[in-house]
Structures are given as C-alpha cells and as structure tokens.
Design a protein around this ligand. Structure first.
Ligand SMILES: Nc1nc2c(ncn2[C@@H]2O[C@H](COP(=O)(O)OP(=O)(O)OP(=O)(O)O)[C@@H](O)[C@H]2O)c(=O)[nH]1
Ligand SMILES: [Mg+2]
Length: 473
C-alpha cells in the first residue's frame, strides 16, 4: 500500500530534516523530486499540480522564516498536503436519530461491494450495533448466496426477495424495523462499466430506502479509472464517501491519493485483503504518517510548537545548563508539558519509544500530587529544597494530601536531577549553542526535559518510576 510513494518520500524527508538552511534552488530541486514521486504513484496530474504549488508556497516561506528548522517545515508541508489530499478529517459515521441507519453500497462489477458490505456489517457489529444485510443484487444468481455465506461467518442476518431488487430494498428496510436491527446495509448489482440501466436501478433503490450513507466501492488497483468511475457515480448518486478496496494489491495508491480532490468525497473505509477483518476506517492523518514513515511525529512537532513559548523554553534551558533550575521552574515545565496532552499521548507519538512505555499511563493523575506538593511549599522551599526538614515535610504533606514519604521522594529525586543537570550543563556546551539557534527550540526542550526528569527521550524515561515523587509506593 503506497509503497512507491512511501519509499520516494521517505528518502526526500530524510534529507530535508535537519537541514539548517534552505535556498530557493534547494526548494526547486525538492519540488521536482516530489512531483516525480507523485506522478510515479499515479496521482491525478491536476492534483499533482495543485499539491506542488501549495507545498512550494510553504517551502519558500520556510526559506525566509526563523520559526522552525526549514527542512522540518517543508516536511510538515508535505505531510499537511498528504493529509489534505487523503481527505483531511476522518469521516465520522453517526447513527441515524431514527433507526435503522441505512447504508447503500454501489460500484462496478467485481469492485468489492458484497465483500465490503459484510466487512462493514462486521465493523458496525464491533461498534455494538445490530446490522441487517440486504441482498439487492439479483443480477447474478449467486450474488445473494455469496452474501448469505459472508453473513453466516459474522453472524449477521441477510434479507432478500427474489422478485425485484428495488422491492427487496424496501422490504429489507421494513424487516430491519420489525426486527429492531439498527443498521441496514444494502448490497447492489454492478456492471462491467457504467450504463444507464445500472445507474437507474441503483437510483431507484436509493429512492426506496433513503440511505444515510451512500458508499461507492472502488478497486484501488484500477488507479485513475477508479477515480473516473467515482466521478460518474457521484453525478447520479449523492455519494457520502468511498470504500477503497484491494489496497493490498495496489503499490502505487493513485486512486486513494486523488479521489478526494477530484470528486470532493472522502475515503470512508479501506479494505486491505480478502479476509473479513482486513478492513479499517480510513484516517488521513495516520495514512500520511505511514506514507512518510514517521509515526505521528508531525502531530508532536505541532503540539510542541503550540505549547512551548520559545523564549520561556530558552530561559529554562539556560537555567538548566547553569544548574539553577528550581522546583518552580520544574513546575512550570510540568505545566507546559501538560498542555501537550496526556504524557502517554506524547510518548505514543514518538518514533522509537518501546511499546511498554507507550502503554504506561503517566497521565495527569500522576502529575497532580507533584504539583500539589510544590504548591504547598513556600517560595524559599521551592528555591532551596534542602531547607525542607521534618516539620516542613509534615506541613507540605498535609497541605498537598500526600505523605511525608512522597515529599521526601520528590525532594531527593529533585536533588538527583539537579546533580544530573549540572553534569549535563558541563557536558552540554554543544547543546547550549544548539538551543540558541532557534529553530529546534521546541524539540530541544523536550529532550532537555527528558534528560532531567525522565520525560522525553527514551534514555531518560524509565517509566513513571523515574519521575520525582512517582516511585513505587
Ligand atoms: N485482495 C483483495 N481482494 C478483495 C478485496 N475486497 C474484495 N476482494 C475480492 O474481490 C472479488 C470481488 O469482490 P465482490 O465483493 O464479490 O465484488 P462485487 O463488487 O460485489 O462484485 P459483483 O457483485 O460481481 O458486482 C472477490 O474475490 C473478493 O474476495 C480486498 O480488499 N483485497
Ligand atoms: Mg456483489
């Protein structure tokens, strides 16, 4: 899936990241490569043109801007464009206020309508819904039988009436109401190519059941032909989205990368194999990250950009180097970090972080006691934690609803941190230069924080245990 584009773009991205300077000539060269990569992936030429124009605009801006690593900015622009052409937001499937939620499947012969009707039924089932499948394909004698077999595999009932497809659909709807099934999925007949008879039939079926969602199933392997098919169907049926089937057999991805821009309708689901469970909701952002081969690093960069005030970060970094970091600074950094979302969320976006760590939930709940303890200290205590003796410890514990043991642990571990920071400051003259450069500030700070509290980089993590005050109780 998207292998061609992925390997080309990954190479470009690798070279771009960490490029301190970007000239307009660099931008031209990169744009040429990206255009080539998109064309090789069979992306619609009009789409390629507008994508390149938009990325170029960002890239030129990046050559002039100070904010973030220019190479990184271009990578981000490529990522943003990929997300955009893949559809932007994930299509939300909502339940009809008056059940059942009706879904109509349309598409050419062999596109994967019947298979995906069953896959979709299974998906709804996993959401706790109770679907009913309707076989309104009376074209092929075996079509309803195929649907019944699939329905049997996932334990979803199938309704059909051999008389007439439109009547079948209408009666199927009544049947769903009678049985209290809250989702109705109607499978229809396909033709080899678009013809008026097929279009008329599916239009009548649509009229009979008034679907909440009309999905067109297209075969990803047919590339731009699939996009053209989608365009034609969209003229007759009010499509809500596309189910992209056979993505497993499609290395280029041209259809998936063009259909939204060309017809304005998103990909709702992706089918990646013959098995019932080879089916997933389509998330443009995740797909873009996958294509660029970088986890969700982009989201992380964005959040870091938003949450960290560059100046504040630099000031903290400077203090840190000099070993003057106080509990107040620590609290401030904790709060900055919290703005980025739950810590486990931050970790999960970092490529290369072991899975156990991603799963360990170092959330708000665990940070709260630390905050409470620091809030319960006087300004002097925050600046010089060594002042904290037995009676002060008691007062802080009572004030923060923790135990004297917790307070002790926080103070001890903070002292350890300070020691580490001093070492780090001495060894880190190279890093301190880097932090003054500007572009990397957000990220540098995350790293710095990692080495001090065990937050950021994999090296310093050690799970919740290495956070002051978070040791085993
Ligand atoms: N590899 C792969 N095969 C698929 C996928 N989806 C469907 N197929 C296969 O494609 C073939 C056609 O699928 P159907 O679901 O019967 O297609 P249809 O649109 O209902 O076809 P008609 O009813 O004849 O119009 C079947 O052999 C499926 O197993 C997929 O995502 N990947
Ligand atoms: Mg079929």
């Amino acid at each position: 899936m998207f292998d061609t584009l992925s390997s080309r773009l990954e190479g470009i991205v690798k070279r771009l990241r960490g490029k301190g300077r970007l000239t307009e000539a660099d931008v031209d060269a990169v744009m040429k490569e990206i255009r080539q990569a998109l064309l090789e992936a069979d992306v619609n030429v009009t789409v390629v043109r507008s994508v390149i124009n938009r990325i170029r605009e960002h890239a030129i801006g990046a050559t002039r801007s100070q904010a973030l690593d220019p190479g990184q900015q271009v990578v981000k622009a490529v990522n943003d464009e990929l997300i955009r052409i893949l559809g932007g937001e994930t299509l939300k499937i909502t339940a009809a206020s008056k059940p059942p939620t009706v879904v109509l499947m349309a598409g050419l012969q062999g596109a994967g309508k019947t298979t995906n009707a069953a896959k979709l039924a299974n998906w709804f089932k996993q959401q706790g819904r109770q679907p009913l499948l309707v076989g309104a394909d009376l074209q092929r004698p075996a079509a309803v039988e195929q649907l019944r077999t699939l329905g049997g595999q996932i334990d979803v009932p199938v309704y059909s009436d051999p008389e007439d497809p439109v009547l079948t659909a209408a009666k199927g709807l009544q049947e769903a109401r009678r049985l209290g099934r809250d989702v109705l999925i109607v499978d229809t007949a396909g033709r080899l190519s678009i013809d008026t008879e097929m279009m008329e039939q599916v239009r009548l079926i649509s009229g009979a059941v008034s679907p909440h969602y009309t999905f067109l199933v297209i075969d990803a392997m047919t590339g731009q032909d699939a996009v053209e098919t989608a365009e034609r169907f969209n003229e007759v049926l009010r499509l809500d989205g596309v189910i992209m089937s056979k993505l497993d057999g499609d290395a280029r991805g041209g259809a998936a990368l063009s259909v939204k821009e060309v017809i304005g309708k998103p990909i709702a689901f992706a089918s990646t194999g013959e098995r019932i469970d080879a089916f997933e909701q389509f998330h443009p952002d995740r797909m873009a990250s996958r294509i660029l081969g970088m986890g969700d690093i982009m989201t992380l960069i964005e959040q870091a950009e938003q949450a960290f005030e560059a100046e504040q970060a630099e000031a903290a970094a400077a203090k840190l180097m000099e070993g003057q970091f106080t509990l107040d600074d620590f609290l401030e950094q904790l709060q900055q970090l919290k703005k980025m979302g739950p810590l486990s969320g931050v970790l999960s976006m970092m490529p290369g972080v072991p899975k156990e760590l991603k799963d360990a939930d170092v959330g708000d709940d665990q940070l709260k006691p630390i905050e409470a303890m620091i809030y319960s200290m006087t300004p002097e205590e925050r600046a010089r934690p060594q002042l904290i003796n037995g009676s002060r410890r008691n007062r802080i514990a009572v004030g923060s609803g923790t135990t004297t043991g917790d307070v002790n642990r926080l103070v001890k571990q903070f002292a350890e941190m300070q020691k580490m920071m001093k070492k780090f400051g001495m060894a880190g003259s190279k890093r301190s230069k880097k932090s003054k450069r500007g572009p990397d500030q957000g990220m540098v700070n995350l790293e710095d924080l990692g080495s001090l509290g065990g937050f950021g980089g994999p090296g310093g993590l050690g799970g919740a245990g290495s956070l002051p005050g978070l040791g085993p109780r």
